[in-house]
Ligand binder design. Structure first.
Ligand SMILES: O=C(O)CCC(=O)C(=O)O
Length: 399
């Protein structure tokens, strides 16, 4: 089951609450306590990587940007033959934000079957595009945010616009955002998706998901229906948890979730189906894509630490600043069209969105506030399928 929203997550984290409750019973029996600790290997490693003093030894953390020998890993190759064709404009657009699939560096982690890792396939503009979408657009209504419950934004204000000032209120608002949900909204209380808590899924993200899925050989089997965007700062963690909400978990081998990451580097732990399996620690860096499918889909995972990124791949290619930085700012009518959940006029809206954002993102002045955010933060977009293939809707109303 997914943990409660990061902002409301107490410390110690919920996944370990039963452990704490149980230890109370054994509090005077050191032997039993030790036994409990050694069986919860996930927790032990989580605490280890989280600790500040002394700093943990990171030398055992799997670093996909520095693979010396591929022991324990299987190199994968893009499925660019046969079924893969750039069929329509949307795909061409997604492809324009990435390096060619034949150059993607991809691995499966052998002792975590189904865990696939794609080493940053985005170009710098691609990174900027998704960072912009997550911050500026995916945080707009009707998407849901953790801060909705705090009632600190009035109805006519959006989060990104409201946290651009240099005053304390803006800065605090900026740090308070921890998640946004899209499509079928995750219900943090019941963990059950419902037709009542659903908005349209952004088409560009659905296209990206389909494109990545097809390249790794899932063909058209994945339909993006729910997403959580997580926002992390250097002191943020995400406790160990498993995913239970997606209906397809009843057939987990056919379920996959894929995560795209931007900004600062995370230490990601992936354990087993129970907490007594020691997790593998790996770095996830800006642009990396992680796919949890098959066996790994049911495994405990969490983020004990965010560490500063050594590079800034969102600035790295030769982004030629536009001769004139006269970027187009939208009128309120255009903003309607620019909604993260565009209505049916899909192609027209999507293509107008692309060129405008992409053009603007080459301008350093336009990019600056987004750059300022990402220099101290990490964004994770995780995308899931909720419905069984062929189904059009859930049969519950979620009440
Ligand atoms: O931030 C990440 O990499 C993982 C996020 C996650 O596991 C979740 O939202 O369930």
């Amino acid at each position: 089951m997914l943990p409660p929203p990061p902002s409301s997550r107490p410390d110690p984290k919920p996944v370990f609450c039963c452990w704490l409750t149980t230890t109370k019973v054994y509090v005077n029996t050191r032997l039993n306590l030790d036994k409990m600790e050694t069986t919860n290997k996930f927790k032990t490693d989580f605490k280890y990587y989280k600790q500040k003093c002394p700093l943990p030894d990171f030398s055992k953390v799997l670093d996909f940007s520095n693979i010396k020998e591929e022991t324990g890993l299987k190199r994968l190759h893009a499925d660019i033959s046969g079924k893969f064709v750039e069929r329509d404009n949307e795909e061409a657009f997604v492809a324009g934000l990435m390096i060619p699939p034949s150059e993607w560096v991809m691995y499966e982690v052998l002792d975590k079957p189904g865990l696939l890792f794609i080493k940053n396939p985005f170009n710098a503009i691609g990174q900027r595009y998704w960072i912009y979408r997550c911050l500026r657009d995916y945080t707009r209504r009707p998407n849901r945010l953790n801060i909705d419950a705090h009632h600190i934004l009035n109805k006519s204000n959006e989060w990104w616009d409201s946290c651009q000032g240099d005053d304390e209120h803006s800065k605090s608002l900026n740090r308070k955002l921890r998640w946004a949900t899209m499509g079928y909204h995750h219900n943090w209380d019941t963990k059950v998706y419902s037709e009542d808590m659903k908005d349209q899924f952004p088409t560009d993200l659905a296209d990206l998901s389909r494109y990545v899925g097809r390249i790794i050989g899932f063909q058209d089997d994945f339909s993006a229906e729910a997403a959580i965007v997580n926002f992390y700062h250097f002191d943020s963690t995400l406790s160990g948890h498993t995913d239970h909400s997606e209906m397809n978990m009843t057939a987990p081998l056919f379920s996959f979730r894929y995560d795209v990451h931007f900004g600062q580097t995370a230490i990601f732990l992936l354990g087993g189906p129970s907490l007594d399996v020691a997790p593998t620690a790996m770095y996830i860096k800006s642009g990396d894509i992680v796919i949890m499918s098959g066996h790994s889909r049911k495994c405990y995972h969490g983020i004990p630490k965010i560490v500063p990124s050594k590079e800034a791949p969102w600035n790295m290619d030769n982004i030629s600043p536009l001769a004139d930085c006269n970027f187009h700012s939208r009128t309120s009518e255009e903003n309607e069209e620019f909604s993260p959940n565009p209505p049916c006029k899909r192609s027209r809206v999507e293509s107008s969105v692309q060129s405008e954002i992409i053009q603007n993102l080459s301008c350093e002045k336009f990019w600056k506030p987004f750059c300022r955010y990402i220099e101290h933060s990490r964004i994770n977009m995780n995308v899931r399928q909720v419905l069984f293939k062929g189904d059009k809707a859930l049969d519950n109303k979620g009440t």
